[in-house]
Design a protein around this ligand. Structure first.
Ligand code: NAP
Length: 249
């Protein structure tokens, strides 16, 4: 019996990177997992196959959570497959560097529509499907909310917003016994971090220098912390913003 046996977990943006590692770890702990993706069906199918081959339960559901019209379908398919939601991990997010002079309304809206509005509307749609005994919502934030590296104003601001939403919703959803916490990774080696040029760059070297544990993170470093918040081990923990960053702050 895993710590999440009988529980249903929905992970947004789980076709790769941090979300994929979280989906795999929640499933390894016994949860039935919905692996959401936006465009990488093959990636999501591979995550589902890995989980099922290891004896776990998972399905892949495509939905762009930056599009309010697609969120209903994601929640409907989750409930149709597994009947309820005990754990929601709001992980889907984008991070494009842009110094002040490069910021456009499009850059702003792309980030806020997914990282903030998508998180809020997914949570809004999921909450009615939590059971009476409550559950756990984990928002994947970032140390950038407070570390505030240069040339990332809009992305940094989305994660500041995520942390404020975590605090607010912990109060609002406490009466429903739904705990809400932020897990804030430092720099993690993911497909996204590689494709945006962070990994292997001076930005990575600076991040390692500012990290007491002296390395960047791996997706499973973040998954372990997320699973803690998802389980009953964190039953008295809500409204927390926990940096999982090797000490970078
Ligand atoms: P990643 O490798 O780029 O993966 C992003 C995931 O999100 C993919 O599964 C992608 O699915 C999905 N996604 C993108 N847009 C989506 C949308 N509109 N709707 C639904 N899913 C969508 O990213 P990552 O590095 O793992 O980052 C995951 C989270 O961790 C983000 O919130 C990010 O801000 C946060 N974070 C990352 C780092 C880091 O250094 N990597 C550090 C701190 C925080 P498709 O492939 O199907 O598009």
């Amino acid at each position: 019996m895993g710590k999440l046996s009988g529980k249903v977990a929905l992970v947004t943006g789980a076709s790769k990177g941090i979300g994929a590692a979280i989906a795999e770890d929640l499933a390894a702990n016994g949860a039935s997992v919905v692996v959401n993706y936006a465009s990488s069906k093959a990636g999501a199918d591979a995550v589902v196959e890995k989980i099922t081959k290891a004896g776990g339960k998972a399905i892949a559901v495509g939905a762009n959570v930056a599009n309010p019209e697609e969120i209903g379908k994601l929640i409907d398919e989750t409930v149709k497959a597994y009947g309820k939601i005990d754990v929601l991990v709001n992980n889907a997010g984008i991070f494009d560097p842009a110094p002040l002079e490069a910021i456009t309304p499009e850059h702003f809206h792309n980030h806020f529509n997914l990282n903030v509005l998508g998180l809020l509307l997914t949570t809004q749609a999921a909450v009615p499907h939590f059971p009476a005994e409550g559950g756990s919502i984990v928002n994947i934030s970032s140390v950038v909310a407070t570390l505030a590296p240069a040339a990332l104003s809009v992305y940094n601001a989305t994660k500041g917003a995520v942390d404020t939403i975590t605090l607010t919703l912990s109060k609002e959803l406490g009466p429903k016994k739904i705990r809400v916490n932020s897990v804030s990774p430092g720099m993690v080696v993911t497909e996204g971090a590689i494709s945006k040029g962070f990994i292997g760059s001076p930005f990575e070297a600076k991040a390692v220098e500012e990290t007491p544990l002296g390395r960047v993170g791996q997706p499973d470093d973040i998954a372990a912390a997320t699973t803690f918040f998802a389980t009953d081990d964190a039953r008295w923990v809500t409204g927390q913003i926990v940096k999982v960053s090797g000490g970078a702050r």
